[in-house]
Design a protein around this ligand. Structure first.
Ligand SMILES: [Fe+2]
Length: 220
């Protein structure tokens, strides 16, 4: 894993974190996305890929950010190394996101995803959200200069037609890789109305793919 060294980059609306400490940059005015491009050992990520392929997971709970009891949260999942690895990582991220958000309670959702339900590019209403795709294709997002915000929402169009209207240059859609951590800033974050990060879940249904996604939301 990377260090917590401060990531100094151009004052742009997204930041790449060199470590978990840099995720705090999400609070910078105008910043709407921080991406921590962390690496996982192929052997370890392979265990989670196999776990996700074998089990259709869907667990959700409200946890305390300073004592999340993640082992209880995952207790009903089959015992194996992949589950233990996920538990340790989720425990770490819940505590970290609790400090970033200042929330004592967080909604944590770990689920296998095999549909294209969220394939429309959109902004979240939520103030802050942490996402990790442990297996499969990660969240896709676009830079602010590649978005026509007046075209957001389906507006009676098919999702494909709407996406073509929303994103100016489809060849510049950015994709997260497995194990990367993103902290997203949405429309209800104070002072961020009109600047929510535009993103979507990658379309996977046609290919018969399955993702394993962790979502951590603030509970206020
Ligand atoms: Fe979203």
């Amino acid at each position: 894993m990377a260090t917590d060294a401060l990531n100094v980059v151009l004052p742009f609306h997204f930041r790449y974190a060199r470590g978990a400490g840099d995720l705090e940059a999400i609070h910078t005015s105008g910043v709407n996305l921080v991406v921590w491009r962390r690496e996982q050992e192929p052997q370890m990520s392979g265990l989670v890929d196999a776990f996700n392929a074998a089990h259709d997971l869907d667990v959700e709970a409200v946890l305390h950010s300073d004592d999340p009891e993640v082992w209880m949260f995952l207790a009903d999942l089959p015992a194996c190394g992949a589950r233990d690895m996920l538990a340790a990582d989720i425990d770490y991220l819940v505590r970290r996101f609790g400090r970033i958000s200042g929330c004592a309670t967080l909604r944590v959702h770990l689920e296998s995803v095999s549909t294209d339900a969220c394939r429309l590019f959109h902004v979240d209403a939520a103030a802050l959200r942490l996402l990790v795709t442990y297996s499969g294709f990660g969240t896709q997002w676009v830079t602010n200069d590649n978005v026509r915000r007046d075209q957001l929402m389906a507006q009676g169009r098919s999702f494909d037609a709407a996406n073509r209207a929303i994103v100016s240059r489809t060849g510049q859609i950015r994709s997260c890789r497995p194990w990367w951590v993103t902290v997203q800033k949405g429309e209800s974050y104070p002072g961020n109305a009109g600047n929510g990060i535009v993103h979507r879940s990658p379309p996977i249904e046609m290919a018969g793919e399955r993702r394993l996604r962790l979502c951590i939301d603030e509970v206020k």
